[in-house]
Design a protein around this ligand. Structure first.
Ligand code: PMP
Length: 310
């Protein structure tokens, strides 16, 4: 990810990666007041073009997170989309998928956590190459975290703010220590919420179910995408409360998110899921998602932003 040769977008300017620095006194304190996004762009061999995926939805969600954080970003969603596209035009290479990381944080020096309302936000857009795992047969194992999810009524889970990720990190380390790849968090009522950096979907008797937003989950753009693709394929979906035991009795489970893409889970807390292999509905949805993001099909052009080559 270290790319001293790359440019980074900062507050409307392209600057060398190495020069994108802040003072130490800004780091910890401004981090409490900071929101971010993770966005994918996929190389399309069919089109010979890089395709940004749902850029505007991601930028709008970041602006919403900043608004709820009482920070004042000096750009609107369209300006941020244009900035990300121009950044990709400058840094991307044919054949490569690129991860885009926009984030915003309280501008200036702070020695107090209680950064006042209305503080301007600095906005930065960084990027790095990544390798999509779609269609590569990847799977994962899950463990219900011994740390419950943070209370969404205390710190809204719909805000994609760095401060919310402390709980995710504790759960991830807890899961790894118990030999699993990713945690699944339950909320104070024992309901399933999400993983540390992805949402979850549970399939039983052909129905795809995901926890509803009031369970305390990020309003995941990939989750929305996959629910829509499922409906279009005639696969019934439900957004509702999900009990922990439903995980153990599921036919199929997958994680869903920008980075996770569609990641089949084959075990949870030692219970094999279904046959202990990725299931057919998950594979069907993974293929449908792949075909959209790679521009194999043109059924959802509204989600794609083509990046013209420099
Ligand atoms: N939940 C959490 C906690 C996440 O960090 C992410 C990744 N942004 C997701 C869910 C998935 O969201 P999206 O599909 O918008 O990437």
């Amino acid at each position: 990810a270290d790319r001293p040769d790359r440019v980074i977008w900062r507050n409307g300017e392209f600057i060398p990666w190495n020069e994108a620095v802040v003072h130490v006194n800004a780091v910890g304190h401004a981090s409490v007041s900071a929101a971010f996004e993770g966005v994918h762009s996929y190389w399309s061999p069919q089109r010979g073009q890089l395709l940004g995926f749902r850029f505007r939805d991601h930028m709008q969600r970041m602006l919403d997170s900043l608004r709820l954080s009482w920070l004042a970003p000096p750009f609107d969603a369209d300006e941020l989309v244009a900035a990300a596209v121009e950044l990709l035009r400058r840094v991307s290479e044919p054949g490569r998928d690129v991860y885009v990381r926009p984030w915003g944080f309280a501008a200036g020096l702070h020695r107090e956590q209680m950064v006042p309302a209305g503080t301007p936000a600095e906005i930065v857009i960084d990027s790095w190459d990544f390798e999509s795992k779609l269609g590569r047969g990847r799977t994962c194992t899950l463990a219900v975290s011994s740390w419950p999810r943070f209370n969404t009524n205390a710190s809204p889970a719909t805000m994609k703010v760095f401060a919310n990720y402390h709980n995710g990190r504790l759960g991830t380390i807890d899961a790894r220590r118990r030999g699993a790849d990713w945690p699944i968090f339950t909320n104070g009522n024992g309901e399933v919420t999400e993983s540390s950096g992805a949402c979850i979907a549970v399939i039983k008797d052909g129905v795809v179910a995901t926890p509803d937003l009031s369970s305390g989950v990020l309003d995941s753009i990939t989750r929305r995408t996959v629910l829509q693709l499922a409906e279009e394929a005639g696969i019934p979906t439900q957004t509702r409360r999900i009990d922990r035991t439903e995980l153990y009795l599921a036919d199929e489970i997958f994680l869903v998110g920008t980075a996770a893409e569609i990641l089949p889970a084959v075990e949870v807390d030692g219970f094999p899921i279904g046959t202990g292999q990725a299931g057919p509905v998950t594979r069907q949805l993974e293929a449908a998602y792949h075909d959209v993001v790679r521009g194999v099909v043109d059924s959802h052009e509204e989600w794609l932003v083509p990046v013209e080559r420099a």
